[in-house]
Design a protein around this ligand. Structure first.
Ligand SMILES: *[C@@H]1O[C@H](CO)[C@@H](O)[C@H](O)[C@H]1NC(C)=O
Ligand SMILES: *[C@@H]1O[C@H](CO)[C@@H](O)[C@H](O)[C@H]1NC(C)=O
Ligand SMILES: *[C@@H]1O[C@H](CO)[C@@H](O)[C@H](O)[C@H]1NC(C)=O
Ligand SMILES: *[C@@H]1O[C@H](CO)[C@@H](O)[C@H](O)[C@H]1NC(C)=O
Ligand SMILES: *[C@@H]1O[C@H](CO)[C@@H](O)[C@H](O)[C@H]1NC(C)=O
Ligand SMILES: *[C@@H]1O[C@H](CO)[C@@H](O)[C@H](O)[C@H]1NC(C)=O
Ligand SMILES: *[C@@H]1O[C@H](CO)[C@@H](O)[C@H](O)[C@H]1NC(C)=O
Ligand SMILES: *[C@@H]1O[C@H](CO)[C@@H](O)[C@H](O)[C@H]1NC(C)=O
Length: 228
């Protein structure tokens, strides 16, 4: 079929109208990681770790009665960490909770390796949005070193909504008589792809349509350029 000049111009006009939209819709969704220090919280102050009961948690960097005395402050994020000691005969539930809005979450801490149950038994469990989602368990395996930035729990592929991650220290269901917890920081992944769509005035349902429309005008453009 032979296109008239006016329909060729109209085609280019359509392409010009739809292509920028397509690039915006096809741009990779941007996301960034937000670090939440155990003590200082996130850089912008919007996210903080909540401790329960508060007096079960000690700030490791200036603690005089912490069980684990081998942590190197310079190896801890922001020089800070929290210690909790669970003893089945004394406590019920010791928790650290992060409320976040994002699609992934990571919890990091220290793991001491020595021969003592008090400083090396680690029984942590994780509750995400009121569901049991995992556990981190270590028993004494002493060479006297301490590992840093140990991933205690991670989960990705969440909806980019509000979530609640709780770390529970010690848990009778593991049979462990005691547990230490050394919490250094959380990280969560914030996605802003939805706000990009909003800014463009596109509903998600329109995105494929825009792509198909743009694709359908590419062929006439090629035809136009070749002078078909
Ligand atoms: C969303 O991501 C884009 C691209 O990375 C960035 O330029 C923009 O500042 C982000 N917007 C928000 C609200 O974070
Ligand atoms: C966020 O951190 C996790 C864990 O380190 C990493 O796998 C992921 O690629 C990071 N995401 C972004 C957007 O930087
Ligand atoms: C230890 O450090 C924390 C966090 O900086 C602070 O709130 C607390 O008052 C300090 N405690 C002592 C005993 O210095
Ligand atoms: C904590 O440490 C991180 C990584 O070094 C840094 O980006 C952040 O600004 C520090 N936070 C504060 C409140 O100093
Ligand atoms: C746990 O508490 C009991 C009762 O107070 C005490 O006898 C025991 O030594 C404690 N265990 C540890 C590991 O602290
Ligand atoms: C450490 O805990 C294990 C498991 O409960 C127990 O069998 C062992 O006797 C404990 N060791 C010490 C030195 O208390
Ligand atoms: C977060 O989850 C914990 C454990 O399920 C729960 O105790 C707490 O109330 C929740 N907090 C919020 C603000 O949803
Ligand atoms: C100590 O033991 C831990 C756990 O088995 C291991 O990851 C670490 O590399 C050891 N460190 C040294 C110095 O042997």
């Amino acid at each position: 079929m032979q296109l008239s000049w006016s329909s060729r111009i109209c085609t280019v006009y359509l392409a010009a109208a739809f292509l920028p939209m397509t690039f915006a819709a096809a741009a990779p969704s941007s996301s960034r990681n937000v670090t939440v220090d155990d003590t200082l919280g996130s850089a912008d102050g919007s996210a903080k770790v909540m401790y329960s009961p508060p007096d079960a948690w000690k700030t490791g960097q200036n603690c005089t009665d912490c069980e684990v005395k081998t942590v190197d402050k310079n190896s801890a994020l922001n020089g800070t960490w929290h210690e909790a000691d669970y003893n089945v005969s004394k406590q019920s539930s010791i928790t650290a909770t992060l409320l976040f809005e994002g699609s992934a979450v990571y919890a990091y801490g220290m793991v001491p390796h020595d021969g003592s149950n008090i400083t090396s038994n680690i029984y942590l469990s994780f509750i995400l949005d009121d569901t049991d989602v995992g556990a981190f368990v270590r028993t004494p395996d002493g060479n006297g070193t301490t590992e840093y930035n140990v991933l205690l729990y991670s989960k990705d592929g969440l909806s980019s909504d509000k979530h609640n991650l709780t770390m529970v220290v010690g848990n009778p269901r593991f049979g462990g008589p005691q547990s230490v917890a050394l919490l250094d920081y959380f990280v969560f992944t914030q996605s802003n792809s939805s706000s990009t769509s909003d800014a463009m005035g596109l509903s998600p349902g329109l995105v494929p349509t825009a792509s198909v429309l743009a694709f359908s005008v590419v062929i006439p453009i090629i035809g136009f350029l070749l002078g078909a």
